[in-house]
Design a protein around this ligand. Structure first.
Ligand code: 6PG
Length: 472
């Protein structure tokens, strides 16, 4: 009898192919299948030393027959209906106890529903958030799982063996039932949007406010990457800024169109945050900025119509670095607050410090600060923002003045910094004990008799103003 494979993988696109190589390199025998058999053959032919551990198959029957039972199958097909189609096509060849893992960027609600539908058939399901792009998939991604514990126990040995490691600890964890893993991945991407937007804003101030060229900006990012901002995104910001366009010899950044793509996870994060009434302004600003980036003609018209704002006042590189640091901490803090809300509402066993730990390596938002965040979240009282944890409160007290200076200086010059500004505005609201919603309540009561609470009558509600058209 031929040797069976420990795991099977369907979908040999960039992420699937790289994960398959990673799995084989970790010592596991893996069967692979792709919709088009030529791709499977080409993949196997190009697998080099790893080819002997990879079993190419050309029918789902052969694929499922090549696997150890219970089967563990990793789906790497595009999120959406392709996942359901693939599961339906596989179903006739599966047996109770088999584990299906969806490693695409799926909507967490789809994963929740798939887990329930498959459980009814005796099949185990894991919705697996995979972060780290092609390079991460090949050499160590961050893996965020959701689903039944039994499914996790079956898949963990393989998943932990291919994940990125931080201080030897694999960045792979189960965060709860159903859609928990894809939820964590979605919020990861929301934070990713805010982080990249803030980097782009600081880049914009250097480019448009200070007239610096891409090479000079690259040096600044590279320098920042040696301090508390040390992170994958700052590192590759330096790389992107330093890269020349092979065709024209010009800085690559100067020939890239200023229109950002988006596949939707940032927007999903914001929609979910709104649904839960969890504040996520930095991510909202980042999503909106991406949308506006697509309105090039409108922006060009606007620039002509409203030209002539002031010049950017002096800003030291250290102030920009501090602003970026404070803005990032505030954006991550907002993301963790949303996770905490979802954890409570969905009943997921999702310790936030484990989430921070899982993001310390492999994923796109990996940042050395995440290790400190894990420590702070382990001590934090549930419901308190990360920003209020002693170490981060201290950090913010030190760096928010620079954020304030950068946002106000940019605003006076008419240079947009929407995510940095949103982070700051939220922070300022969080530190305003006596807010201004009393005016909103007064207005609501005046036009609609909606009622308000009084400071001098705590615990009671339904008070009204002495409006002329009132009934009492
Ligand atoms: C990751 C990335 C990855 C992908 C994003 C890009 O964690 O590895 O987030 O999932 O690059 O989906 O998303 P947008 O196309 O929406 O920017």
């Amino acid at each position: 009898m031929t040797e069976t494979s420990r795991i099977g993988l369907i979908g040999l696109g960039t992420m699937g192919a790289n994960l398959a190589l990673n799995i084989a390199e970790a010592g596991h025998r893996i069967a692979v299948f792709n919709r088009t058999a030529e791709k499977t053959r080409a993949f196997h032919a190009g697998a080099g030393d790893l080819a002997p551990r990879i079993v190419p198959t050309e029918t789902l029957e052969a694929f499922t027959a090549a696997l150890e039972v219970p089967r563990t199958i990793l789906l790497m097909v595009p999120a959406g209906s392709a996942v359901d189609d693939q599961i339906a096509a596989l179903a006739p060849y599966l047996s109770p106890g088999d584990i299906l893992i969806d490693g695409g960027n799926s909507d967490w609600q789809d994963s929740r529903d798939r887990a329930a539908a498959l459980a009814a058939k005796g099949l185990l399901f894991l919705g697996l958030g995979v972060s780290g792009g092609a390079e991460g998939a090949r050499h160590g991604p961050s893996l965020m799982a959701g689903g039944a514990r039994e499914a996790w126990q079956g898949a963990e040995p393989v998943l932990a063996s291919i994940a990125a490691r931080f201080d030897g600890v694999p960045c792979a964890a189960l965060f709860g039932e159903g859609g928990a893993g894809h939820y964590v991945k979605t919020v990861h991407n929301g934070i990713e949007y805010a982080d990249m937007q803030m980097i782009a804003e600081v880049y914009g101030l250097m480019r448009d406010g200070q007239g610096r060229d891409a090479a000079g900006i690259a040096e600044v990012f590279a320098h920042w990457n040696k301090g508390p901002l040390e992170s994958y995104l700052v590192e590759i910001a330096a790389e992107v800024a330093a890269t020349a366009d092979p065709g024209t010899g010009r800085p690559l950044l100067d020939v890239i169109a200023d229109r950002a793509g988006q596949k939707g996870t940032g927007r999903w994060t914001v929609i979910d945050a709104q649904r839960r009434a969890a504040p996520l302004p930095a991510v909202e600003a980042a999503v909106t900025a991406r949308v506006l980036s697509g309105e090039a003609a409108l922006r060009a018209e606007g620039q002509k119509l409203f030209a002539g704002e002031g010049r950017l006042g002096p800003l030291e590189d250290d102030a920009l670095a501090s602003a970026l640091l404070a803005g990032k901490v505030l954006a991550y803090s907002q993301g963790f607050t949303l996770l905490e809300r979802a954890r409570q509402e969905e009943g997921w066993s999702m310790p936030l410090d484990d989430v921070a730990r899982t993001w310390r390596a492999g994923c796109i938002i990996r940042w050395r600060m995440l290790d400190d965040m894990a420590g702070a979240l382990a001590q934090a009282k549930p419901g308190k923002p990360l920003a209020f944890a002693p170490a981060f409160a201290e950090l913010l007290s030190e760096h928010v003045p620079a954020l304030r200076k950068v946002v106000s200086t940019a605003t006076l010059a008419g240079l947009p910094v929407p995510a940095l500004s949103a982070a700051l505005q939220h922070f300022d609201q969080l530190r305003q004990a006596r807010g201004t919603a009393n005016m909103i309540q007064g207005l609501r009561d005046r036009f609609g008799r909606h009622g308000f609470e009084r400071l001098d009558r705590p615990g009671e509600s339904g008070f009204h103003g002495p409006w002329a058209d009132g009934e009492d």
